[in-house]
Design a protein around this ligand. Structure first.
Ligand code: FUC
Length: 768
């Protein structure tokens, strides 16, 4: 299948303007990345502008000469206790007033992800007539290629960003000799130093004095290099390789978040890159990238040879497939071990004032970025998320102390941490500066659900050992933070606020389902690791006393315990996009398809409708998939294609946010395969339009890898890789009698279900 995204025109990248113009950067640019270094390319002919990002170039955090408080106001806990008391007494209005006044954080130190700057390359050809133009991003190779003719001269540029060699690499080849001029522009204070083969830009962010350095080196065999103030000129050259790398002095180390600027590392990357040369760098890049990308096959049809904007306009199966591959591409290129996770825009940001600071939002966005990772066989991409959450613990303890008076000290060093809606790599864990969007104590339980779910995919004990202390500490926090209500004998999160809907209440389904699930996951993990046996009974008791999902009078799954009928609870924002009370269906597995809660979830989801924006549509699609409704999945995908995509297939909320791109991976997977440990369901919610298809390499929970194909909605064959002695219940799209089982012993067989024990490492089911 074709995995080349291409345009027939170059694009001058323009930035987003305030007032709604998206700019061409986010609509027509092609992104490259290695998890840490990112570029956006428009493939211009005469003046190429390559926009760079480095994932740690972020404002905020500790500033010189100013105390950094991680977003926390000090000593708020007496107000919190008062608010909780008011809520227990049913005095909601008074509680609300106090929440807005006290349960807010500080904006200082929040910061924003920055644009590093642009490498500008001016080209002088002997003529100006351009023909045969094409620029493409090949998802199979993660290489960007531009080809065109200027007059008779054939020109080609190939660019990539290598993860193993930490370099942006671009090879320019021209049939005729040309002149090139290179300079770097950035809005941050900087100066330029010339080096033997190029230049180095050293600068810093004015706001927090974070230092950065970027080096450009040229590798060429013939031509003349002239170093000029502010740039370099390369004369009479027919082939040059441009190497770029960048570093900052950020380090994920509380409380300074700094290291010495690693200039030696930068030098080494460049000199090693020069030694390797373009072909070797490309080879090393391909081995690394394709090891991840090629694990999965997903095909619905022939694909399309059209340009990407055309594919986007046509919608349909070619787009369905390409968007899936593009999603996996974006995940691989924005999230690699050793770095930061994928932020609100993944890795790519062209302004110094991006929406929401292009931060790490924990009320759905960061979670969604990783929903498809494990199922899409990209477990490595989750590593940065694990590190990120780990690094929230120390600052999160300060937030727990300031607002909840839950103090970690020498005697109880890991006594509980918390973070709210928006976080940054400088350990910004305080609540937002407005209560309505900024207070969200269930943020940590929610992101921990991602980490625990990744464990269920592999059942890897060493991974569980790594995440267990984080889960235990979060559980420890809620053991102390929940409020006992003597009137009904339940424990409540107070005050609670269903994301961006409100109102302020004593508990709600969103927070309680996540908190209870966290405790249950901690119990399961503790048992698995043989740890904390003396605590497990207490945790179990606590989990049982947390009020969770309930059905209302209209058959709906309630969002608030006070919600008798739809509309009986007055929301703060009526038309917001979150469906947080339905998290029990997706991403959690609390609500099974058969049963009254699942029907109630359906009633609630219907009330909310389908059409909304970016991530919210994807989330709704995922819930419909878990509810087993392929028609609704199809409807949502069609709407999403129509309303939420740019020409380069970036998802737009608006503005561009990567969550929906990455969430879409999960949606495709969830439509085709669902799993729990010991259970897989094949083709559970296939859109009727996906009449045939082939999948290879999807992962299922319980350490399974599945290949399957279907035709006319009928499953033809499935091959499941597991371990000898595994027992897996396989739910099929039709009667089990249609299938022959190879490599496994059938323990039970009933309607659409087969319980199979693996003889060796593989079981296949083939249509008779
Ligand atoms: C959440 C959403 C917004 C937006 C922001 C980044 O607060 O409710 O719609 O996606 O995150």
């Amino acid at each position: 299948m074709n995995k080349k995204m291409y345009f027939n025109q170059p694009c001058r990248l323009t930035k987003r303007q305030s007032g709604g113009d998206n700019g061409t950067w986010e609509r027509f640019g092609f992104p490259l990345g290695n998890g840490a270094l990112g570029t956006m390319l428009g493939g211009e002919v005469f003046q190429e502008v390559i926009q760079f990002n480095e994932e740690t170039l972020i404002n905020g955090g500790p500033l010189p000469n100013q105390p950094y408080l991680h977003g926390n106001r000090e000593n708020i806990s007496p107000n919190l206790v008062e608010i909780q008391q008011l809520l227990l007494e049913g005095k909601q209005e008074e509680a609300t007033e106090l929440c807005k006044k006290h349960l807010v954080g500080l904006e200082e130190g929040y910061g924003a992800y920055q644009n590093l700057g642009e490498l500008v390359i001016g080209y002088q050809y002997s003529e100006t007539e351009v023909s045969e133009y094409r620029r493409e991003l090949d998802l199979e190779t993660a290489i960007h290629q531009v080809t065109f003719q200027v007059g008779e001269n054939q020109v080609q540029r190939q660019s990539l960003i290598s993860h193993p060699d930490h370099l942006f690499v671009e090879q320019v080849s021209s049939q005729e000799n040309i002149d090139l001029f290179f300079c770097f522009q950035t809005e941050h204070p900087h100066h330029l130093e010339q080096t033997a083969q190029g230049f180095r830009v050293k600068g810093y962010l004015s706001d927090n004095h974070l230092q950065f350095a970027l080096e450009v080196a040229l590798d060429f065999s013939e031509g003349e290099l002239i170093l000029k103030d502010g740039g370099i000129r390369l004369r009479d050259c027919s082939e040059v390789t441009i190497l770029v790398s960048a570093v900052t002095d950020y380090a994920p180390v509380f409380p300074t978040y700094r290291q010495e600027l690693p200039l030696t590392r930068l030098e080494k990357r460049i000199s090693q890159g020069q030694e390797f040369g373009f072909e070797k760098l490309k080879e090393r890049h391909l081995i690394d990238y394709q090891n991840l990308f090629q694990r999965v096959t997903f095909e619905l049809g022939e694909g399309s040879e059209s340009s990407v904007d055309q594919i986007m306009k046509e919608g349909g199966l070619a787009l369905t497939e390409m968007l899936y591959h593009f999603g996996r591409y974006l995940l691989i290129t924005s999230s690699r071990p050793g770095g930061l996770p994928s932020n609100l825009q993944g890795l790519w940001n062209e302004t110094n004032d991006p929406p929401w600071g292009s931060d790490y939002h924990l009320n759905v966005n960061l979670q969604m970025n990783y929903w498809g990772a494990a199922g899409g066989n990209l477990l490595e991409t989750i590593d940065p998320l694990v590190d990120y959450v780990e690094h929230l613990r120390e600052p999160g303890r300060l937030t727990a102390a300031a607002y909840h008076r839950i103090v970690s000290d020498e005697a109880t060093p890991e006594n509980g941490f918390i973070a709210h809606t928006q976080t940054t790599p400088f350990g910004f864990t305080g609540p937002g500066w407005d209560f309505e969007w900024g207070w969200s104590p269930a943020a940590i339980p929610w992101i921990l659900d991602n980490l625990y779910d990744a464990y269920l995919f592999t059942l890897d004990q060493s991974y569980l050992e790594k995440i267990y202390p984080i889960m235990r500490e979060a559980t420890r926090f809620f053991e102390q933070a929940l409020v006992y209500n003597p009137t009904d004998g339940y424990y409540y999160s107070a005050p609670a606020y269903s994301p961006e809907h409100g109102p302020i209440t004593l508990g709600n389904v969103y927070e309680h389902s996540l908190i209870q699930q966290l405790i249950l996951n901690t119990i399961a993990s503790g048992k698995k690791l043989g740890l904390d046996s003396e605590k497990i009974r207490d945790w179990q008791n606590l989990a049982e006393q947390i009020r969770t999902e309930e059905i209302g009078e209209e058959g709906q799954l309630k969002e608030w315990f006070e919600e008798t009928t739809f509309g009986s609870v007055e929301k703060f924002q009526t038309d917001h996009r979150h469906v947080s009370h339905l998290l029990g269906v997706y991403p959690m597995h609390r609500i099974q398809q058969e049963g009254s809660l699942s029907q109630a979830a359906e009633v609630s989801l219907i009330e909310r409708g389908l059409g909304t924006t970016g991530w919210s549509m994807i989330h709704r699609g995922l819930i419909w998939a878990r509810l087993g409704n392929g028609e609704k999945v199809a409807e949502i995908i069609a709407l999403f294609f129509e309303k939420c995509l740019h020409e380069n297939l970036f998802a737009t909320h608006p503005p561009f946010q990567i969550d929906a791109n990455l969430g879409y991976i999960a949606l495709v997977q969830e439509a085709l395969l669902q799993s729990q440990v010991g259970e897989v369901t094949l083709l559970p919610a296939v859109p009727p339009q996906w009449k045939q298809g082939k999948v290879k390499g999807f992962r299922g929970r319980g350490n399974l890898v599945l290949d399957f194909y279907w035709k006319n909605q009928g499953l033809q064959e499935v091959v499941i890789d597991g371990q000898a002695e595994d027992v897996v219940t396989i739910t099929l799209p039709d009667d089990f009698e249609n299938y022959q089982v190879i490599g496994g012993e059938v323990l039970t067989a009933k309607n659409k279900q087969l319980e199979v024990k693996f003889k060796n490492r593989q079981v296949s089911l083939v249509r008779k």
